[in-house]
Design a protein around this ligand. Structure first.
Ligand SMILES: Nc1ncnc2c1ncn2[C@@H]1O[C@H](COP(=O)(O)OP(=O)(O)O)[C@@H](O)[C@H]1O
Ligand SMILES: [Mg+2]
Length: 589
């Protein structure tokens, strides 16, 4: 994924001070764990910096015939025990931090998810689902790693270097100063290398995901490619992407091939210098051995710090993106004194409604109509006329710019969104099924519904016929967003889902895709019954639905141009009459 893809509307830089404050919000509740971990790190770093000194004493004792054997054995056992203790401490501290980190990510993910849930449809339009997924899944992890891994390792490395330096200076100032030159070279070259390799890796990730996306799309559409003889052209396109990826990968290999040997070379050079300068300064054998050991303890932390500085930068960016997302105020939230109403009669009125998805591109122009309780109204019009839009405005998926929408004479802008959506049962054109079972898709995982209720509802909407035929009935699994069910069956399931939740207003966007005649009959029959539940607004494509409606509202380019019953509108011989002749002549017989 490219950087640009990850950018979302509303992203901006957050000042360092604010960042730290906001990060502290997650850290503070866990301060005990962090403090404990910090103390353990101190102890383990302390032990590992002292260990080489023990070896110095052992080496010196080995060269000194006066020292008894028991002294050397004692020292060796001490060395051994300390090493083990140090490892145990590292383990415990690691566990503490990992667990704390997991708690933080858990909390963070929950927070981000709830936040996203409350966003409006409009906001989802400007924030593609893919980027939101990245934020919830990856960025939360990246941010928690900042606490559990990066900062802690950085701390450990800095402490180690300080400790080692202190002891080296204590052993020999001159030799330490000479070795400092090496330290600087290692640090600078590591830092540069990390910068370079991070860039290469980012490119590599981008090219990999481009290649995957290409494969995904083209393998899925392979039959079209073959039908239209596009194989050669696609091969060429693929080759370009393949080549990009290969080049980037070899760049990474090349970078490592240069860096690693260079560091190894520095290490051996530093060793040689230690021995030569050590002898020149006439240091003892034990001291030179100790230096040798400290040197090996030095190289890794110095290289790592360079890496960790980069990691911190990346983690900060991730955190910033998360905070940016959390800072996006969910639209269409309730007014301060929003009304909560449990039951509606179901009168609906659009009063001079103007609506645009994008500024000044009016999709609905001065739309007005009244639907009395329990009436059924059918919306008719060409594709793009604004039928679906009208339905989505009733549940406040979007906020209108001018006019009023009223339910039972109350402006829906004054209602609690929650009670509004509870009162309105939505049956949309593309029925969305979740992974789970038929049952969980009908109840939406609300366990308060009894088996009796579910079965009754399925029978009522004619969904029982096909459910009965499934091997596992209600427990049949739904996979891949319901691809194992036909469009008609999904529509019936959405009827069951809606009716079960007992709405007072129903909105239905009839499916236009092919539905087999048998299911079609079931759906028609089912709709006749559902109409009696409450007020019903239908975007109608079926002649039967239109004919039986109490009122038909005819739309053209976002304007209501005709209103009335089927018969009245036919008599008028206007737009509806034309539409009717065009669309339904074949259905009349
Ligand atoms: N989410 C959206 N963002 C921007 N424009 C949209 C969106 N949904 C629909 N439109 C536009 O609004 C117009 C009406 O669409 P819609 O209500 O779906 O029509 P219908 O259901 O009558 O076919 C169309 O021009 C469509 O392109
Ligand atoms: Mg539509």
């Amino acid at each position: 994924m490219t950087k640009d893809n990850e950018k979302l509307f509303g992203d901006k830089k957050i000042p360092m001070k604010t960042m730290i404050k906001r990060l502290l919000y997650f850290i503070l509740p866990e301060w005990k764990a962090f403090l404990l971990a910090f103390l353990l790190i101190l102890v383990s770093v302390g032990i590992s910096t002292i260990l080489p000194l023990t070896l110095r004493d052992i080496t010196d004792a080995l060269g000194d015939l006066g020292k008894p054997l028991s002294f050397i054995i004692g020292l060796s056992i001490g060395y051994f025990v300390l090493s083990i203790v140090s490892q145990i401490i590292v383990y415990i501290q690691g566990m503490i931090l990992q667990k704390t980190g997991q708690r933080i990510v858990y909390k963070l993910r929950m927070e981000v998810f709830t936040h996203i849930e409350n966003m409006s449809q409009n906001q989802f339009n400007i924030m593609p689902v893919g980027s939101l997924v990245t934020r919830v899944a990856n960025y939360t992890t990246a941010m928690s790693e900042l606490f559990t891994n990066v900062i802690v390792s950085l701390l450990r490395n800095i402490l180690t270097i300080l400790g080692v330096y202190a002891i080296m200076f204590y052993l020999s100032v001159k030799l330490s100063l000479v070795l400092t030159l090496f330290v600087i070279v290692v640090f600078v070259s590591s830092f540069i290398f990390r910068k370079v390799i991070t860039k290469i890796w980012r490119k590599e990730r981008q090219y990999t995901s481009e290649l995957n996306a290409f494969l995904n799309e083209n393998l899925s559409g392979m039959n079209i490619i073959q039908i239209f003889n596009q194989e050669k052209r696609k091969e060429k396109e693929f080759n370009v992407k393949n080549e990009q990826l290969r080049k980037t990968k070899s760049k990474a290999v090349l970078a490592f091939a240069g860096y690693r040997p260079f560091i190894t070379f520095l290490y051996y050079a530093a060793l040689a210098v230690t021995f030569i300068v050590g002898i020149y300064l006439s240091l003892g054998a034990g001291e030179i051995v100790a230096f040798y050991l400290y040197l090996s303890r030095f190289f890794n932390p110095v290289q790592n710090i360079a890496d960790q500085l980069n990691q911190i930068q990346r983690a900060t960016t991730s955190s910033e993106r998360l905070f940016n997302l959390l800072d996006v105020k969910p639209e269409s939230t309730d007014k301060p004194n929003a009304l909560h109403i449990d039951h509606f009669e179901g009168k609906i009125e659009f009063r001079n409604v103007w609506f645009a998805y994008k500024e000044d591109e009016w999709i609905l122009k001065d739309v007005s109509f009244i639907v009395e309780p329990k009436q059924t109204v059918a919306f008719v019009g060409a594709t793009g006329a604004g039928k679906t839009t009208i339905l989505s405005l009733i549940v406040r998926n979007y906020e209108i710019q001018k006019g009023q929408i009223l339910i039972d004479d109350i402006d829906i802008a004054d209602l609690e969104v929650k009670c509004l959506r509870k009162a309105v049962g939505q049956m949309l054109q593309d029925v969305f099924l979740f992974t789970g079972t038929i049952r969980s898709n009908i109840t939406l995982r609300d366990d308060s519904f009894t088996d009796e209720e579910i079965k009754e509802v399925c029978e009522y909407v004619n969904a029982d016929k096909f459910i009965k035929k499934l091997p596992k009935g209600l427990e049949e699994e739904v996979i891949q967003r319901g691809e194992n069910f036909s469009q008609g069956q999904r529509q019936l399931l959405s009827f069951a889902r809606t009716v079960l939740h007992k709405p007072q207003i129903l909105i239905l966007d009839e499916a236009t895709a092919n539905i087999d005649t048998e299911t079609e009959k079931l759906i028609q029959d089912s709709l006749e019954k559902i109409k009696n539940i409450g007020t019903m607004l239908v975007v109608a494509h079926r002649l039967s639905t239109i004919q039986n409606a109490d009122q038909i509202i005819v739309l053209q380019h976002g304007e209501v141009i005709e209103k009335g019953t089927h018969q009245a509108l036919l008599k008028k011989k206007g737009y509806y009459h034309k539409l009717f002749l065009l669309q339904f002549t074949d259905q009349i017989n």
